[in-house]
Design a protein around this ligand. Structure first.
Ligand SMILES: [Fe+2]
Ligand SMILES: [Fe+2]
Length: 357
């Protein structure tokens, strides 16, 4: 192999797509996002296998599940069961969307396998609650599965923003179900059920892990593509609804039961879902995001969206994101050192050039 001709090298440099001074090219940003997600996934897999490898049939004492829950609690469980029946669609569509990205596509396969256990857990819960016959549960499942869930967005950043909110909402639903099953929800003390509490807590831990994974993905997008990501987040928040609400028969009675049991409603969504997501992204409030989006729309957007980006910096804390992304790369570095990747092909943080340093 001969050394490259210096002229050819210079020519290659000339042809490199011009990025504004101090900013990384789109290719470089995409590479960094994908390296970060891939490193995160390898770490995630190790934790998932070590700590969350539970079995939906054997991890719970199903025969001891109560059979006399109140109608509202039963309706809630039936609703959870219904939402999780669309797992094959959620998984298939996300794998397809990210199939070219090593870490993210492998994560979607793993995520689908974890969500599939949730579907089977709620299937078992419905059967053992015995308020519906096994035939009824099977027929209901067939009915739900006769319609395929369709992806709401064809854009990877919007899809990621959506799952961040959705996973946090799901986690909150299960955490509050666990509280209810521990007899801690006013008016529903008589529904206390240790088996249900154990089941809901177990799933809530998975949902927290999913939320954190998607949140890190969204932070990477936000760090390397702030304007585009804030626009995407703004749109997703504007039309957010729980998944499958269009497909589940009599969804309203499920939503009503969630509100009545204090498990989930508009107040919980605003305070414990949306505000938490915004806090984790360095955004003060929904109103601040609205204002920033409005202000940025008055600024002409060039090829790079640079001017818009500087308008966004007035209402969200870019340093929060930069610190979070640095922490992510440090976590990945630690995991890679355990395996030996650090000496071979380390994942290295590169500043976006948009921060203060
Ligand atoms: Fe789930
Ligand atoms: Fe999940």
């Amino acid at each position: 192999m001969t050394a490259p001709d210096p002229k050819t090298k210079a020519e290659i440099e000339d042809q490199r797509p011009a990025a504004p001074p101090g900013l990384l090219s789109h290719d470089e940003r995409n590479r960094l996002i994908q390296r970060g997600v891939h490193g995160l996934y390898r770490w995630y897999l190790s934790v998932s296998q070590a700590k969350r490898n539970w079995n939906p049939d054997l991890a719970f004492d199903w025969r001891k599940l109560r059979q006399d829950h109140s109608a509202d609690v039963h309706r809630v469980i039936e609703g959870f069961f219904a939402v999780e029946q669309y797992v094959p669609d959620y998984t298939e569509l996300l794998i397809k969307m990210f199939r070219k990205e090593h870490g993210r596509s492998h994560f979607q396969i793993r995520w689908g396998a974890e969500e599939e256990k949730h579907a089977d857990l709620w299937y078992n819960a419905l059967l053992f609650m015995r308020q519906r016959s096994p035939e009824w549960v099977r027929d209901y499942m067939q009915h739900l599965r006769s319609t395929a869930w369709e992806m709401l967005y064809d854009d990877p950043i919007k899809s990621t923003a959506y799952v961040v909110i959705q996973e946090r909402a799901t986690q909150l639903n299960y955490l509050n179900t666990a509280l209810l099953a521990e007899g801690k929800m006013a008016g529903f003390e008589d529904d206390a059920d240790p088996v249900l509490a154990h089941a809901a807590k177990t799933i809530a831990v998975d949902e927290a892990a999913h939320y954190n994974f998607y949140l890190e993905c969204l932070r990477l997008y936000l760090y390397y593509y702030p304007a585009r990501t804030l626009e995407a987040l703004h749109q997703v928040i504007s039309d957010f609804a729980m998944p499958a609400n269009r497909y589940i028969p009599d969804f309203q009675s499920f939503a009503d039961a969630l509100v009545k049991t204090c498990i989930y409603g508009p107040r919980e969504y605003a305070r414990d879902v949306l505000q938490m997501v915004l806090d984790n992204l360095g955004i003060e409030s929904r109103r601040a995001l609205d204002r920033g989006i409005k202000a940025s729309r008055n600024i002409p957007d060039g090829d790079t969206g640079e001017l818009r980006t500087s308008a966004f910096f007035t209402f969200f804390d870019y340093e929060v994101i930069e610190d979070a992304v640095k922490r992510l790369f440090t976590r990945v570095k630690g995991f890679e050192a355990k395996v030996g990747f650090d000496a071979l092909d380390p994942t290295v943080f590169v500043p976006s050039g948009m921060g203060s340093d």
